[in-house]
Design a binder for this molecule. Structure first.
Ligand code: ADP
Ligand code: ZN
Ligand code: ZN
Length: 737
């Protein structure tokens, strides 16, 4: 082959094309699709990085104009052909450059690190000689002690571990007992020795049915809806066992928050060294090592958050996405803004592998897909060793009416007191998600809402006004409640700190811990706080959604949901869904087989269907009403919502740009094919010195909407310079920006 087709690794849309380079003689036969190369680029022939997509024998332009490849960066492909196909798909799906997509699929480039290692040369050493040295009990014997299992260990590790210099090691090398080698040592390897070996449970009837369905010939994705404690994880484990036996590999995605040692241990104790783990606190080097182990077929299972979906298993047999409803599976910030669930579906098609989506509270989108036969729905309703908790609703409006101005209802306070006496643990959960402030009446619970969109107004401090982030409608903050005339209008913003303070006032002797974004900023502190609490180091844990999921606290018998309305009042059409999920999950934390748990759900809107359904434990009730709301108001999954966000440091320029784009869109949307909404400030109007405004569009056909948006952005570029602002587009985002 004489030519290589490459894509350059620069996130510039104008250069998002395929370029042809000549393969120099010395690289003939060594170059293949998926390899990384350096190429001279542009008039100045600046050397930049590129990926080879394919090889060819014909030149698209005159031979003299084709430049040669400058260097081959590795001797192996960093991305497989099927994953190049995935990159092409992502490029289209997420409006990114091909280079960006490839960079997203492969790890940040890091050279693997080699160490000078030593090992015991059993083959050429007499055992009696080794025994003789060990018996001396000196520095040399300590070194041999470390190597006696046949490991190859970096000399630097031995020195650090024993607190010695290199002399004893060198002496042993001189005697011919130790041999030196250069080794690539994997960083961040999970210590399998730590976990106790576990064997599979005998599955109960529901679990068996679920496993059979997963392994059946029907290759559609499975939506596994199982209440907390129904034994989903055991089903995953046995499904994976099957995959490994067939010589294939599996990816398990979990929300970062459930990547606690507990979860990981369950997999490691079943599969030992065959499992590797990635998480966001890993260094690039550690991540690269895991990636190499996967590519080299050294492991069979990868557990990790969203980005683990790109684990380079070429024998992929199964993908499991636990807690599939989690917003964290969608990349909302960096480009490409991929959704790991969608990528999983694509991979499952490319590799012919199974896909299992598990949750106690499936996302509306997935349940809808199951309803339409795109997914198979499998339900597990029995709990294995958990009693369903008793859920009690507290109407905070009547608490106020009866003179209780505290953030705690009287019943909850009494229950906390009793729990302290009984030496049981309590979780106080603040249902806070997102960042917007809503405005409500504390007397009647009325929330200021946009009549056009049926989503809550967001309070904007900078203009002291209410604004709808969907249609742009604005209103002043009323002095009196439009529903009941009361003066008790509040901007909602109870914080965990305030809860901690108040609880300390009521129960000065209680040991209270707080877990929120502030207290967990440091590396590992999240796991530490949970660990201390689990071991009984505190009586009460106050926290946000971080404590809601996948955690196991045997001694917690009481859960208080302080303000269930908080998540109900996001300025977002997902708010009903998020609320149902959060209450259900946090309630699942309470109680055990011997001590049933109690959950108090405090709310100003006790009749809201999300809260009612969560209290009654009925997903179907919730789904039926949510579906009706989405369909009536034209929200996904019934239609597609598209956001175009423009941000920049020049406030005036951002405003002018988005208004111009809006006019262009109006012009090309004369026939009204798209529902087009006027630009509005984003919920987070200013982040990191940048001002942000966006436009919302709705249309049933997501491809049409995408090409319309791209077309109008091209027109905008032709009309005015837009280099000093960034334009971000997003289809059905988790949250409105
Ligand atoms: P989920 O993931 O649905 O919340 P888990 O898989 O964590 O449920 O199971 C709940 C508990 O029941 C765990 O402690 C697990 O070890 C145990 N368990 C699961 N399946 C079985 C079984 N078939 N027999 C006995 N115990 C089981
Ligand atoms: Zn509106
Ligand atoms: Zn009112």
């Amino acid at each position: 082959m004489r030519y290589a087709l490459v894509v350059i690794s620069v996130p510039v849309r104008a250069l998002d094309r395929i370029f042809t380079y000549r393969i120099p003689d010395e690289m003939q036969g060594r170059i293949d699709a998926g390899m990384r190369v350096n190429v001279p680029f542009g008039a100045g022939n600046r050397v930049i990085e590129a990926y080879v997509l394919g090889l060819g024998d014909t030149a698209p332009i005159e031979e003299e104009k084709i430049k040669p490849i400058a260097a081959l960066l590795e001797s192996y492909p960093v991305i497989s052909r099927r994953r190049i196909e995935l990159a092409h798909w992502m490029q289209k799906e997420y409006y990114s450059t091909l280079g960006e997509c490839i960079q997203c699929i492969i790890p940040k480039k890091v050279k693997s690190k080699t160490y000078k290692c030593v090992y015991l040369d059993y083959e050429n050493t007499d055992i009696s000689v080794i025994d003789g040295i060990i018996a001396k009990n000196n520095k040399q014997s300590k070194v041999l002690d470390m190597l006696i299992n046949g490991d190859s260990i970096p000399i630097s590790h031995i020195r650090a571990f024993l607190g010695i210099d290199t002399a004893p090691v060198n002496a042993l090398v001189k005697k011919g007992i130790l041999k030196i080698e250069e080794n690539e040592i994997y960083r961040g390897n999970y210590n399998a020795a730590r976990a106790v070996k576990s064997s599979p449970f005998t599955l109960n009837r529901e679990q068996k049915a679920a496993l059979d369905a997963i392994l059946s010939d029907d290759t559609r994705p499975v939506l596994l809806q199982g209440v907390t404690g129904s034994g989903k994880t055991e089903v995953y484990l046995q499904a994976i066992e099957n995959v490994i036996k067939a010589g294939k590999q599996a990816i398990v995605l979990v929300p970062e928050i459930s990547l606690t040692p507990q979860t990981v241990d369950r997999f490691v104790s079943r599969f030992g060294d065959a499992v590797a783990v990635t998480h966001s606190r890993m260094s690039d080097g550690e991540r690269y090592d895991q990636w190499r182990r996967a590519a080299g077929n050294e492991i069979s299972v990868m557990i990790g958050p969203r980005s683990a979906i790109f684990t380079p298993f070429e024998n992929l047999g199964m993908i499991i996405i636990d807690e599939e409803h989690e917003a964290a599976y969608k990349a909302d910030v960096q480009s490409p803004k991929y959704d790991a669930r969608e990528v999983a579906e694509k991979l499952s098609a490319l590799y012919g592998c199974r896909l299992v989506l598990g949750s106690a509270t499936p996302s509306v989108a997935s349940y809808y897909a199951a309803e339409n036969g795109k997914y198979r729905l499998i339900q597990m309703r029995e709990r294995i060793n958990l009693m369903p908790p008793e859920i009690i609703l507290t109407d905070m409006r009547s608490e106020l009416e009866e003179g209780n101005r505290s953030i705690f209802g009287r019943e909850l306070l009494a229950a906390v007191g009793k729990n302290l006496e009984n030496k049981k643990q309590t979780i106080l959960f603040l249902n806070r998600r997102g960042y917007s402030t809503f405005v409500s009446c504390r007397k009647c619970g009325y929330v200021m809402t946009c009549a056009n969109c049926n989503v809550n107004y967001t309070y904007h401090k900078y203009s002291n006004s209410l604004m709808c982030h969907y249609c742009g409608a604005a209103a002043p903050v009323p002095e009196l409640c439009p529903a009941c005339g009361s003066k008790h209008i509040r901007y909602f913003g109870t914080g965990t700190q305030k809860i901690e303070q108040e609880i300390n006032e009521y129960f000065p002797r209680a040991r209270v811990m707080r877990m929120d974004a502030d207290t967990t900023a440091a590396k590992n502190s999240h796991a530490e706080i949970l660990d201390i609490f689990r071991r009984g180091g505190a009586d009460i844990l106050v926290g946000t959604q971080m404590i809601a999921k996948g955690l196991d606290f045997p001694n917690v018998t009481l859960v208080g949901v302080i303000a269930a309305d908080l998540s109900l009042n996001l300025n977002d059409y997902h708010s009903g869904e998020v609320t149902y999920q959060l209450i259900t999950q946090v309630a699942g934390r309470a109680g055990r087989a011997d001590t049933p748990g109690k959950v108090y759900v405090q709310t100003y809107q006790p009749s809201h269907y999300s809260i009612q359904a969560a209290v009654n434990g009925s997903y179907e009730d919730f789904y039926r009403q949510e579906r009706e709301f989405r369909s009536l108001m034209c929200y996904p999954p019934f239609t597609n919502v598209f956001f175009v966000l423009i941000s920049g440091e020049d406030e005036e320029k951002v405003y002018r740009t988005i208004m111009t784009l809006y006019e262009i869109m109006q012009h090309y949307n004369k026939n009204g094919a798209f529902k087009l909404y006027a630009p509005t400030p984003a919920a987070l109007y200013k982040i990191k010195r940048k001002f942000r405004r966006h436009i919302m569009l709705k249309c049933d056909d997501s491809d049409k909407i995408k090409s319309f948006v791209l077309y109008t952005i091209e027109k905008l570029r032709a009309y005015m310079p837009v280099d000093d602002v960034s334009i971000i587009i997003s289809l059905n985002p988790n949250y409105s920006f």
